[in-house]
Write a protein that binds this ligand. Structure first.
Ligand code: C2E
Length: 895
């Protein structure tokens, strides 16, 4: 069924409810309780109106027709169907027009006033020919019944459990305060008014009935007394006629007093129409004979007459038939028409009805106004507070309703307070939002800035540089000028960081950035690539010369000292320059070229600048190639150790060997000299695993020689800075010594002075650990570093190795000779041994030995040899560890 209701989930099915309501409507009109005066209470329209609200107009019209069909029987005319059927149509149309105020009672009152009552008048006056006096109360009665039914339907819809039973949809389940107030106010008046009216009607009816009964009983008592003397033996006598007429006149108009025989023929009658005598007379003809009291009956016109009950009652009479005591063959018939009595009653009833109707109309007006007065401020409040947050956020002015109802006024007051609080909160939120947005914007700007700038120096970062570079390249290619990219790297910046701390390093970088910016043109870009690398993008440069001048100027900017945390620091930089379009056309290639050139500048002794050249590129490529090959060399077993003997001058014995790394092809042919590949190993960090391999191999070899019974040798192994600073170095050495069963006292680690420069604290503790393990420490290339000699005092050093450069020049350069003498003297005084490196000639050997140097090492005595070579040498010349064959002496004597 396609009805608007049918939403009840737990109640009976909607179709069943509808059917029930239709039948209830019919029953309400069939079993209409009698009120008074023959009026019945037709309450079928309650069900019809319920159907109208729940199932809509169509079904209510059907229900109205079904319910009104009962009036066919009640009024014996189909006309009533019209006014009963029109009611839901009228109300239904009004409901559609005013869905926001579905006031059934008001709409019903309007219907009955405008349509129902005129139709009733038309029907009773026009069709049935009833009197106005009889129709008026009927019209008022039907008005009252109609409005009361509408009120009952409305109240039923207001009752929660009833609404639930009917399975009302949500919109009907919620109640309108105005409606409820209206209904209650109406019910408070209509209920008692109708009740009083009905009771009053009933009482009056009973009274009038009793009065009529008393009349007829009185007459029945009086009649024999009056009649008998007058009748004699002749019923036709005038005296009897006069006595009957006198009797008939006594109770009131229209009473017929007759005497008839047992056959029912009139003998005498007060009514002239009954005469002449002999007519058959039956007062119950065409009537129902209703017993009222012993011997007294009501003659009520039969129901098949097409008039309503109240009209039939008006036309009824009370009839008494009793044989005369003195002449039992004669029957006294008294017919008392109830019409005049009922007429009087009707007039009084009409008055009462008019009063009640007036009262109800007043109640209706009052309920309408009162409910509106009560509910209006609430309605207005609900309207102004609909979408309150949105209104507040739109800063809309809210005009709150005013009322004299204290509770509602308080509610409105609460809303106002809430509104104010919300306004405040909203303002706060808005302000907070604005602040937040501002912060987000600032932060976004900051992040944008950070994404393109270096936070330390505030210079453009690599990203921004590349961006500007590509823009500049695009512009440059249009107007044909050159563009220079200068890559600047600070010299020994790591040392500043390591020795003076990172914050000083940062300060230096900031000052460098400042100087660089001051040293370039406005149109140029200074960027920081990271670490201590800066790039200057010099646009529109005329020539290479101009570029050189820029580089020179930049370097000169470094001539003044930097002031860092109260210290003065001189720092230099190395610059690599590349030119667009000569050296390349792409950003990454130009950057790489500048880097290559800078690297070259470093190699050339730092504090200088270099232009990029193709050869540099090739060299770099070669180096890269070397690096790649070196990475694989360890796995491929391409490393090898050579050992250079060290000879003790006092005994002429080979007392030690220095392990030296070689990179060989399969056949043993040396691939790259150590001085070329070892720095690469150091730079790449490969020196750490390779150095470990060296230690392992050298120790294993020395132990092998020991086991082979060769003279015990002191094994010297070079340790690079990276290796030295590895935390695990002592443990590693310990393991290697352990694994090979080699004494730590036979191992000498050669470290360079640069190691000691880096972190004295750490190097001291590490040296102590190594020393405590029994290992000897030698300072390699002594004299070439820049360190102060103070460390010699603090550090546990056993040996100084005089660098080859001094030995090389000592025979020609007295300064070298003096230096060597000084070193030997210094070592002796500090309790250290001295080893002279790079002794190539007998003269050098002689010079050195006369100066008191303990040990020598050099090509003059022996080049670094493969392990087998060392073995051969030892076996051939020092079978018992001594130079029994005078090898050392001969070597000395060869020159
Ligand atoms: N012209 C000349 N040279 C002589 C003479 N006597 C010795 N030499 C060379 O002088 C270098 C001595 O080693 P170094 O000063 O420690 O200098 C070493 C050392 O610093 C480093 N090195 C070599 N092997 C290793 C190693 O296993 N580990 C580490 N970290 N560095 C190593 O490579 C440097 C060069 O090693 P090599 O080329 O083997 O060069 C060796 C040796 O062949 C001589 O009379 N005349």
């Amino acid at each position: 069924m396609n009805t608007p209701a049918a939403t009840g989930k737990h109640g009976p099915p909607p179709a069943l409810i509808l059917l029930f309501l239709i039948l209830a409507g019919l029953a309400g009109n069939i079993f209409a309780p009698r009120l008074f005066m023959g009026f019945n209470y037709l309450f079928g329209s309650i069900a019809v109106l319920l159907i109208l609200r729940i199932y809509g107009l169509r079904w209510s019209l059907v229900a109205a027709m079904v319910a009104a069909s009962a009036t066919l029987w009640l009024f014996h005319h189909p006309f009533a169907m019209l006014w009963l059927g029109l009611e839901p149509l009228f109300i239904g149309l009004l409901l559609r027009r005013r869905p926001e105020a579905p006031n059934l009672v008001l709409f019903s009152a309007l219907y009955w006033t405008l349509v129902g009552v005129p139709l009733i008048f038309l029907f009773f006056l026009g069709v049935q020919g009833a009197s106005l006096g009889g129709t008026l109360p009927a019209a008022m009665m039907y008005w009252l019944i109609g409005v009361t039914n509408a009120l009952a339907a409305s109240l039923l819809l207001n009752i929660r459990s009833f609404a639930g039973l009917l399975g009302l949809r949500k919109s009907l389940q919620t109640l309108s305060l105005r409606q409820v107030v209206f209904n209650l106010l109406m019910a408070a008046v209509v209920g008692p008014a109708i009740l009083i009216m009905v009771l009053n009607g009933r009482i009056m009816e009973t009274q009038s009935h009793d009065l009529a009964l008393k009349h007829i009983e009185d007459m029945a008592r009086l009649a024999p007394l009056e009649i008998e003397p007058a009748m004699g033996r002749n019923p036709q006598s005038d005296a009897l006629q006069q006595a009957l007429a006198a009797l008939a006149n006594s109770p009131g108009q229209g009473t017929i007093v007759s005497v008839k025989n047992t056959l029912g023929n009139i003998l005498a009658s007060s009514h002239p129409a009954m005469r002449p005598a002999g007519h058959s007379y039956n007062p119950f003809e065409g009537c129902e004979k209703i017993p009222v009291a012993p011997g007294i009956f009501q003659a009520l016109p039969r129901g098949d007459i097409p008039i309503p009950l109240w009209q039939r009652v008006q036309r009824s009479s009370l009839v008494l038939e009793a044989p005369l005591p003195s002449a039992p063959a004669w029957v006294l018939v008294i017919e008392l028409p109830l019409g005049p009595l009922k007429q009087r009653l009707l007039e009084r009833q009409t008055f009462a009805l008019a009063l009640v109707l007036g009262l109800i109309v007043l109640a209706l007006i009052n309920a309408l106004f009162f409910s509106r007065w009560l509910a209006l401020p609430l309605l207005q409040l609900s309207q102004v507070t609909t979408n309150l947050p949105a209104r507040i956020s739109a800063r809309a002015r809210i005009t709150y309703p005013q009322t004299r109802i204290a509770e509602v006024d308080r509610l409105i007051g609460n809303f106002k307070v809430m509104d104010e609080v919300l306004q405040d909160k909203f303002r706060e939120i808005t302000e907070a939002k604005e602040t937040l947005e501002q912060r987000v914007q600032e932060r976004t700007e900051e992040l944008k800035y950070l994404a393109t700038h270096d936070p330390l120096t505030h210079l453009p970062n690599r990203g921004l540089l590349l961006d500007r570079l590509s823009q500049a390249l695009a512009l440059q290619s249009r107007h044909g000028k050159k563009l220079g990219l200068l890559l600047l790297d600070l010299d020994n910046f790591k040392m500043v960081n390591d020795t003076l701390g990172h914050s000083t390093g940062d300060l230096l970088l900031q000052q460098v950035a400042h100087r660089l910016q001051e040293g370039v043109r406005q149109m140029d870009t200074v960027a920081r690539l990271g670490g201590d690398e800066f790039v200057i993008l010099a646009a529109e440069v005329e020539s290479l010369d101009a570029m050189g001048k820029i580089a020179q100027k930049l370097l000169e900017n470094f001539s003044a000292p930097f002031h860092l945390n109260g210290r003065e620091l001189f720092i230099t930089a190395s610059l690599g320059i590349t030119i667009h379009p000569d050296d390349g056309r792409q950003t990454d290639i130009l950057l790489k070229n500048a880097d290559t050139a800078m690297y070259q500048a470093k190699k050339l002794g730092k504090n200088t600048f270099q232009f990029f050249t193709r050869e540099m590129d090739q060299r770099i490529r070669k180096r890269l190639d070397l690096e790649t090959r070196l990475r694989r060399a360890l796995e491929r077993n391409e490393f090898l150790l050579h050992y250079q003997p060290q000879v003790e001058l006092s005994s002429g014995r080979v007392t030690g060997v220095e392990g030296l790394l070689r990179w060989c092809k399969d056949g043993g042919e040396i691939l790259v000299p150590p001085r070329e590949f070892i720095p690469i190993l150091e730079e790449t960090g490969l020196i750490v695993p390779v150095g470990e391999w060296v230690l392992q191999t050298a120790v294993a070899q020395a132990r092998q020689w020991e086991l082979a019974g060769l003279a015990p040798l002191q094994l010297a192994v070079n340790i690079s800075a990276r290796q030295f600073y590895r935390e695990s170095l002592p443990e590693k050495i310990h393991t290697i010594l352990e694994q090979n069963g080699f004494s730590s006292s036979r191992l000498t680690l050669e470290i360079t002075e640069s190691i000691l420069l880096q972190d004295t604290g750490e190097s001291l503790s590490k040296l102590r650990t190594l020393k405590d393990m029994g290992i000897n420490i030698a300072i390699d290339d002594f004299g070439t570093g820049y360190s102060s000699l103070a460390y010699l005092k603090r550090l546990p050093i056993d040996e100084l190795k005089i660098d080859r450069v001094f030995v090389e020049g000592m025979t020609e350069d007295p300064k070298d000779a003096a230096l060597i003498e000084a070193i030997i003297e210094l070592a002796r005084k500090l309790g250290m041994k001295v080893v002279a490196e790079g002794v190539e000639t007998a003269e050098q050997l002689d010079f050195i030995s006369r100066r008191g140097c303990e040990k020598v090492q050099g090509f003059f005595l022996s080049r670094p040899l493969p392990a087998a070579g060392v073995e051969e040498l030892l076996k051939a010349h020092f079978p018992g560890g001594e130079d029994r064959v005078g090898w050392a002496g001969r070597r000395r004597d060869t020159l």
